[in-house]
Design a protein around this ligand. Structure first.
Ligand code: LLP
Length: 434
């Protein structure tokens, strides 16, 4: 397994943030999400320091759907990032963290009226309108509340980024955004611009997630700049902001060549500056929205091995005390991961095994046919790069209790999200005889 951040081999035991995972398992139990805070902070800083220009302002918006807790919100504020939300639940969690709500930007292809009201009540930074229907709804809610709100329009720029089809978001048939190829597109923009309750900031796009093909992002830059220029000339308006979305690919296994944040941010800035020059254009602000590339490699999941099984069909299973309830990505996207037997790092890895969870579901496999050290009952198995879309997509299937999330740094650890209790599982379960 590739080690990230503060991971080291400390006498055969994996250490993260200066603490042996054996100690973490003892203290917090398993399964356990471990977040390497130093690595999260380094990644945030890399974005802040490298995505900047002296020709325009820049904002790095952390995509909270990747992982959201109060602790991450505090880091967002500490490193002067912004944060997006895509539901009332995410808005509520961010608000509960106490950070300034001006940093918050609300997404969603089907925001409810209640969610829109929440955006206004919380005085968030902006709403990213997804479609024409939303314009009037947001405007009416503003009128009711006698408030104005800053808005962007999510546009579909028709880029076919190479990634899993479930996480592509900018093909012509995508459910997100208004297409720039639609002949009514200028009319839709005009509608926003002429609405007294809305302050139009500009366009937003997001071409997909876990993308390695940097050409797709560069293509995105060009299209966004050209389109912004075209519309601002056509409607004779100035458009202050462009948001280029997130989606920068990270390493999960040796098949992935991760995007280098520092290098790529600098090349994006250079490309933006050149394109603006070429188009003879100025812009006030450019934003990006990374999620996975900030938190992905910084998170790992620690499991206790319950036993092993060699099937008649030849598959060698290692059974762990979690599974698809804390990591749905292998089942949903055929995602692949690396793992180690974290308390036996010095043993040779020569067993080809499949790591299976405890759910009543044959597809509950976290790793299929990979080399691992010999695992025995009681060992600790750690799966790397589960920081993004792990906890946030976890479920209570089979009434699994969601694991705890612990942040570690410099030899210290702190719970960020508590493990669910059995009572939590029946908290909303009421019985009324009819
Ligand atoms: N901005 C918008 C509007 C998005 O929809 C997303 C991700 C992001 C930013 C952040 O993308 P990132 O930098 O994290 O790639 N559950 C899937 C990923 C879904 C991504 C959805 N949108 C997975 O586990 O791979």
């Amino acid at each position: 397994m590739k080690f990230f951040g503060t991971m080291i081999n400390s006498g055969g035991v994996l250490e993260i943030g200066g603490i042996k995972v054996t100690e973490l398992a003892e203290k917090y139990g398993t399964p356990l999400y471990i977040m390497d805070q130093k690595l999260i902070e380094e990644n945030m800083l890399k974005y802040r320091e490298n995505f900047k220009s002296n020709r325009f302002k820049t904002t790095v918006v952390y995509a909270s759907k990747a992982f959201l807790s109060k602790a991450i919100c505090k880091l967002v504020e500490k490193y002067d990032l912004h944060i997006d939300a895509v539901s009332g639940g995410e808005l509520y969690t961010i608000k509960a963290s106490g950070i300034s709500m001006e940093r918050v930007h609300m997404h969603g292809n089907n925001k409810t009226d209640d969610e829109l009201k929440m955006c206004l009540d919380y005085n968030i930074g902006s709403i990213i309108l997804d479609n024409e229907e939303e314009i009037e709804r947001v405007s009416n809610i503003c009128k009711e509340k006698n408030q104005k709100i800053k808005v962007m329009l999510r546009i579909n720029i028709g880029i076919d980024a190479h990634t899993h089809e479930y996480i592509q978001t900018s093909k012509h048939s995508s459910k997100f955004g208004e297409s720039i190829f639609d002949e009514r597109f200028p009319e839709i923009v005009e509608k926003i611009v002429s609405d007294k309750n809305l302050e139009f900031l500009g366009f937003h796009c997001h071409i997909g997630s876990q993308i390695f093909d940097t050409k797709a992002f560069h293509e995105g830059i060009e299209v966004m700049i050209k389109e912004t220029k075209k519309i601002s000339e056509k409607l004779n308006i100035s458009i202050p902001e462009i948001n280029l979305g997130g989606g920068f690919g990270v390493y999960y296994t040796e098949k992935d060549t991760a995007i280098d944040i520092e290098k790529f941010m600098r090349s994006m800035i250079e490309h933006i500056e050149k394109s603006l020059e070429k188009e003879n254009m100025t812009i006030e602000k450019i934003s990006i929205e990374p999620g996975r590339s900030i938190i992905g490699n910084a998170g790992s999941t620690l499991y206790r091995v319950g036993g092993t099984k060699e099937t008649f069909g030849g598959v060698k299973y290692v059974f762990i005390d979690g599974g698809m309830t804390d990591n749905i990505r292998p089942a949903l996207y055929q995602a692949e991961y690396e793992a180690v037997i974290a308390n036996k790092l010095d043993e040779i890895e020569d067993e080809i095994v499949t790591v299976a969870g405890k759910c009543c579901e044959s597809g509950d496999l976290i790793i299929k046919n990979r080399k691992l050290g010999k695992a025995e009952k009681g060992d600790l198995l750690l799966v790397g790069t589960t920081g993004a879309y792990g906890y946030s997509m976890s479920s209570n299937y089979n009434k699994a209790q969601r694991p705890a999330v612990v942040f570690v740094k410099n030899g210290k650890s702190a719970i960020s999200i508590k493990r669910e209790s059995l009572e939590d599982l029946v908290r909303n379960d009421v019985y009324t005889e009819l």
